[in-house]
Design a protein around this ligand. Structure first.
Ligand SMILES: C[S@@+](CC[C@H](N)C(=O)[O-])C[C@H]1O[C@@H](n2cnc3c(N)ncnc32)[C@H](O)[C@@H]1O
Length: 435
């Protein structure tokens, strides 16, 4: 496809996302079905342009003076992809390209000067979130938010059940993976350019052999802070697709037991092939819909891991559409969920055991507030130093240790962000039940 046709496709996909509230993946898939002539490179290009447009939606709208999908896509080409205005004008004359630029659009594209704007525009986040963002980040709000408005890097966790970092390094050369700066058992791949054709990570042999798993370094560090040990009894209470389950299983070396539970049984099914690929044999799935029950596990667990459902604000780099979908009432609903889940999950911790609370949200309302409220209602638990717990796993590099100590809050929990650590936004706290 010529670029003009791709730009038209991006405008139509973005219209579906913004006006019909379709997730980007679905909207691109639907467009791909109707555009049989489009190859995988075209789909990556269109999807990349739509995602970048969503990442910088507010600031691009401000520069363009319009908020419609066409203005946003054209503005992204100019202000995010750095296309000269003349190239955008030219692409409009390609076969299937968008209609020619209006004078107002041309003026906006030619005027690339800096602009003064409120912080939700500078930081490209929904206006209603301003007080929440400022509560979490204070004067760093714009810088933190801007670091969430770029493409995400990709991290790979080396699966100790199958290989080690040294052996995994060679086959990972093909995907430009570099050793992680934060973790000794991980690799880091700089954000991919959607205009370049690159191998899908899931097609590389190291992935299909179960040597590596795609997992953000923030998520890996939260799992490290749980310090799951061989022989322990572990409950992954919100196991979902099992990212944390697998990361907890690796240091256990097949000894002990992990119970993977999720209220949504369907989500657990994604875990089955992942367990097989990773060579993990000590995980039992607990499906609420199949009548299996957690009751026998009450007060029996050395470790209960709560990867709580949340607004997912920490993943805005990867899922920029979710940034514009989050609403105050959803935040309220998530807080209610987190409150109930913490109380429920705590029942399974044995005396002396630990409860790890994690979210992929940077909102204090979903993080520190929830931990503080839980602790005030259950005085058997006290908070420990989550940074030192992560370091004790032996999985952090010196730099990783420095980062978790630097971003440890006054009560011991840790919040990582793209700006602070080049990770997703991730929060984790370690709570210990008295013996
Ligand atoms: C952040 S996701 C978990 C991601 C997963 N741990 C991973 O690493 O891939 C949160 C999960 O909590 C589950 N959940 C929501 N409410 C729950 C509840 N009351 N009890 C248990 N799980 C719940 C959701 O179905 C969702 O899969």
């Amino acid at each position: 496809m010529r670029n003009g046709g791709r730009i038209s496709a991006a405008i139509s996909v973005l219209t579906d996302v913004l006006e019909r509230h379709q997730p980007v993946k679905i909207a691109v898939r639907d467009w791909g079905k109707s555009a049989r002539y489009a190859g995988s490179k075209d789909r990556a290009w269109v999807s990349g342009l739509v995602l970048d447009t969503l990442r910088r939606r507010n600031s691009t709208a401000q520069r363009m003076g319009f908020t419609d999908p066409r203005a946003l896509v054209l503005g992204t080409l100019r202000f995010v992809w750095d296309w000269p205005a003349a190239d955008i004008e030219q692409a409009c004359y390609d076969e299937h390209g968008p209609t020619p630029l209006t004078n107002a659009e041309r003026d906006a594209l030619l005027n690339a000067s800096d602009f003064a704007a409120p912080i939700h525009v500078q930081g490209d986040f929904p206006e209603w979130m301003t007080p929440h963002m400022e509560r979490a980040f204070g004067e760093d709000t714009v810088a933190e938010a801007q670091a969430m408005a770029v493409r995400a890097d990709v991290d790979l966790r080396v699966n100790a059940l199958k290989t080690d970092t040294e052996k995994a390094a060679l086959p990972l050369n093909t995907v430009r993976a570099e050793p992680s700066k934060l973790l000794t058992n991980a690799f880091h791949i700089p954000a991919r350019d959607p205009t370049q054709r690159e191998d899908s990570l899931e097609n590389i042999p190291a992935f299909s052999k179960g040597w590596v798993e795609v997992q953000d370094a923030g998520s890996q560090i939260a799992a490290a802070a749980a310090n799951a040990k061989p022989g322990e009894q572990v409950l992954d209470f919100c196991a979902g697709g099992g990212g944390k389950t697998l990361a907890l299983a690796a240091p256990m070396g097949g000894k002990g037991q992990i119970f993977a539970y999720d209220i949504d049984s369907k989500r657990l099914s994604a875990l089955v092939p992942r367990l097989k690929r990773s060579g993990t044999h000590n995980v039992q799935l607990v499906h609420p819909s199949e009548g299996t029950s957690l009751d026998p596990l009450v007060e029996q667990m050395d470790l209960v891991f709560v990867d709580a459902p949340c607004t997912g604000t920490g993943t805005w780099r990867r899922r920029p559409d979710s940034k514009w979908r989050v609403r105050p009432n959803q935040l309220g609903k998530r807080i209610e969920d987190q409150r109930g889940i913490l109380i429920d999950a705590a029942r399974f911790v044995k005396p002396g055991g630990r409860l790890l609370y994690a979210t992929c949200s940077f909102l204090i309302e979903e993080d520190e507030d929830r931990v503080a409220e839980f602790l005030s209602g259950d005085t058997r638990f006290t908070e420990e130093d989550a940074a030192e717990a992560a370091i004790a796993s032996g999985l952090l590099t010196d730099h990783g240790a420095e980062i978790v100590r630097k971003y440890r809050g006054p009560t011991g929990s840790v919040r990582l962000t793209p700006l602070r650590a080049s990770t997703d936004g991730f929060f984790f706290a370690v709570l210990r039940r008295s013996a």
